[in-house]
Each structure stands twice: as C-alpha cells, then as structure tokens.
Design a protein around this ligand. Sequence first.
Ligand code: HMG
Ligand code: MG
Length: 298
Amino acid sequence: TLPKRVRIVEVGPRDGLQDEAKILSAEIKAEFIEMLAGAGLVSIEAGSFVPQKSVPQMASTEEVLQRLEAHGDLRLSVLIPNLHGLIAAQSAGAKEISIFASASETFSQRNINCSISDSLSRYAKVAEEAGRSGLRLRGYVSCALGCPYEGAVSPRHVVWLAGELRAIGCEEISVADTIGVGTPLVARRLIEEVAGEIGMERVAIHFHDAYGQALVNVFACLEAGVATVDASVAGLGGCPFAPGAGGNLATEDLVYMLDGMEVETGVDLGRLLDAASYICARLDRMPASSVARAMATR
Ligand code: HMG
Ligand code: MG
C-alpha cells in the first residue's frame, strides 16, 4: 500500500544548482525559491555553506536567505559540512540544517576531505550545537547504492551509518543514491533495512537519475512505506565530487506520478512547471524532466 500523503523535499536550489556551469545571482535564486514555495512546496533546501572555492555556485547562500521572507510553514534548510558552516547558517538565520556523510570512504575523502569516522566526530559537535540552538537536523547518507570511486557499497554499512546519524540527533535521514545506479528491488531492500534501524518515519529517499531509475525506485520505496522524497525541479542536479552523478529525480515527474495515484503532495504541477521554466531560462538549458518535455509539445 502507498502512503496517503508524501512530503517532497525540494533540493533544486541546492543540489540542482551546485553543479551547473552558470552561477546565478542571489536575487534569481530567491525568486526561484519563492516560485517553488508558491507551487506548494514546503520543505526546500535553499543552498549550502561550503567554501566558495569548493562550490562557487553556492557562494551567495547567505544573501539568498536574507532575501527570503519567512512565511507560514515554509521550511527552508541549508546543507553544511562542519562547524564553520553551522555558524554561517546560524548567523544567516537558518532554522534547519542538513549534514552529509558518505557510506564510501573514498567519496568521503573526495567530498569533504576526511574519513567517515572523522566526519561523524565533526558532525556530533555540529549536532550538539544545533540542538542547543533548537535547529532541526537532517542527515544524508551518500553513496548508499554505489560509489563513483569504489563501486559496490555494503548495505550493512549504510544501515550502520544511518544509525550513527540518528544517534547524534538527526530527525530524518535521507538515503541517497548519489550516482543513480540503484534499481527498485535493491533500493527497497536497503530502505527496509535502514527503516529497521531508525524507523520508517525517519527515512527519506534521494535518487539521482543517471540510469533512468529514480522514479521507479521511488515507487518501490513508497510501497515499503517511505513518505518523504527528495526531488529537484526540472531534474537539475549533480555533485561536483561525484562524476556522472546525473540530475536528481525531477520534482514534476514525481508530482505527476503521485497525482495520478491520488497520493497528496500539496504541490500544483502547473506552478511547478513555471518554476522549472524560470530557472532553466536563467541557466540557458532545457528542463531534464519527462513531464516538462511532454507538456512543451502539447
Ligand atoms: P578542508 O579544506 O579540509 O577544510 O575542506 P578546512 O577545515 O581545512 O578549511 C579550509 C579553508 O576553508 C579554511 O579557510 C576554512 O576557514 C574554510 P582558509 O583558512 O584556507 O582561508 N572553510 C569554510 N569556508 C566556508 N564555509 C565552510 C568552511 N569550512 C572551512 N563551511 C570541506 C573540508 C568540508 C570544507 C570541503 O571539503 C568542502 O567544502 N566540501 C564541499 C562539499 C560539497 O559541498 N559537496 C557537494 C554537496 S554533497 C552532495 O551533493 C550529496 C547530496 O546531494 C546527497 C547525495 O546525492 O549523495 C547531499
Ligand atoms: Mg544529491
């Protein structure tokens, strides 16, 4: 059985824009986020606080947050790799932060320049400080279904890492197929094992679509009881440290499928497509979603 309602975590302004060749202004990004919120998205990852030299696309995150008015129940979050990022996020007024650990040792080194175990000690301090200031904390497990450098990743290791992130205080763990290699039955089995460790209500899923498996993986995981799904409008996305990551699952493809199955999302597909067109025009590219392509030819 499928959940009645799915919470979509829109990661377009962060995952979607972090690997694009074109660097957008804070003004455009803030307008983009307002359009996403206007389409009914409530949870939106607005950017990241990482060194400008690592990810120049995210350098204006502070200004993006400043430009956005806190309204209603909008939940804006930011991605941070360490205490430095936490402090920056706090002073920009963020209420929700995400940390990211990798199930693969090599990817951990390439992405955040430290071992998995060092990243956990670092994140424990971040979590403690975040807890003190009442910030909500989300964790990602990257490379959950494969690593661009090491290939196969052990599901037991993913389960262990999810448990560690939960233990330091993450409310929700997003299990991420960073390079989009997973297939439905493997993905569902992994999610069930992770849920056995942290509870299904704390599991989110984050699929990249390199091999065209993202939507079908989501369906398989929804059947297992997942009700929180990350997606990126227009299928934008990728990680500068994961060659071949491919775009994220496109939010409009997800919303189209969920609408068709009468699973509530609170998202208006038409307004979502407007946000996709808006951002793709600024990036000089076409949306990478099936729904945007199909609608454009009707
Ligand atoms: P490092 O070089 O080991 O850091 O990098 P450091 O602590 O030695 O500091 C080096 C310099 O950076 C210092 O400045 C620090 O102050 C500064 P200097 O003294 O040289 O002038 N610094 C910072 N500045 C701004 N913000 C910060 C910060 N931290 C240190 N937060 C580090 C370690 C983690 C910083 C680096 O490796 C890094 O930034 N990596 C970027 C990782 C990233 O953004 N990756 C993409 C997002 S993850 C992803 O896409 C996956 C996900 O979507 C899920 C999935 O699909 O798998 C989430
Ligand atoms: Mg990602």
